[in-house]
Design a protein around this ligand. Structure first.
Ligand code: ATP
Ligand code: MG
Length: 169
């Protein structure tokens, strides 16, 4: 079993969005995937309730377990690839990172996010120091508020404009 955690100390950085989307993408590529939602907000579970996701989403709330029992619960999930969506607390991040093979750290360009990313990396380093197995980390540049699109402008060619995601729908 391979376990991927999407980790970031800052709330609203895109953890749930990335977790659901990479689980969907690996499913599309024929991996046997499950998503574990350890966040008491249960956003990924709510997402699964709204959309017909093609992979199972299990609510394994860390608040209901000791960390050791929570790890056992996660490892008992029947899937080749488990993606964990966590809450941004140190306890949630520490437990999820400890059980994972790969950490994805979404980071936007704002100052607060960069500081939170430093805190996230500090937790990853602390967990790394306590384990012998390798732990890969990938920083994922993300923009949770806007996306760039290009509109044609007859006289001046193309120029970039930034619009909210919802405006594109
Ligand atoms: N790449 C993106 N482009 C546009 N909107 C995004 C992107 N990623 C996330 N969002 C939006 O940003 C908001 C926060 O995203 P999300 O819920 O995934 O963050 P989170 O890190 O899981 O938050 P929390 O810490 O509260 O669990 C949501 O409204 C989501 O739709
Ligand atoms: Mg979330």
């Amino acid at each position: 079993m391979t376990i991927i955690t999407v980790a970031q100390r800052k709330g609203g950085a895109g953890k749930t969005t990335i977790a659901v989307n990479i689980a969907g993408e690996f499913t599309r590529r024929n991996y046997n995937v499950a998503l574990v939602d350890s966040d008491p907000q249960a956003s990924a579970c709510k997402w699964a309730g709204l959309e017909n996701l093609e992979f199972p989403v299990y609510e394994i709330g860390l608040d209901n377990f000791t960390i050791g029992n929570w790890v056992q619960e996660v490892r008992s999930v029947e899937a080749d690839l488990v993606v964990i969506d966590t809450a941004p607390s140190e306890r949630h991040l520490g437990a999820s990172i400890a059980v994972s093979d790969l950490i994805l750290v979404p980071c936007t360009a704002s100052g607060l996010d960069i500081e939170a990313t430093e805190q996230t990396i500090a937790i990853i380093k602390a967990v790394r120091g306590r384990r012998s197995s390798p732990l890969a980390v990938v920083l994922v540049p993300n923009d949770t508020e806007k996306v760039s699109v290009w509109f044609p402008v007859p006289a001046t060619g193309y120029f970039p404009v930034r619009v909210r995601c919802g405006d594109l729908e």
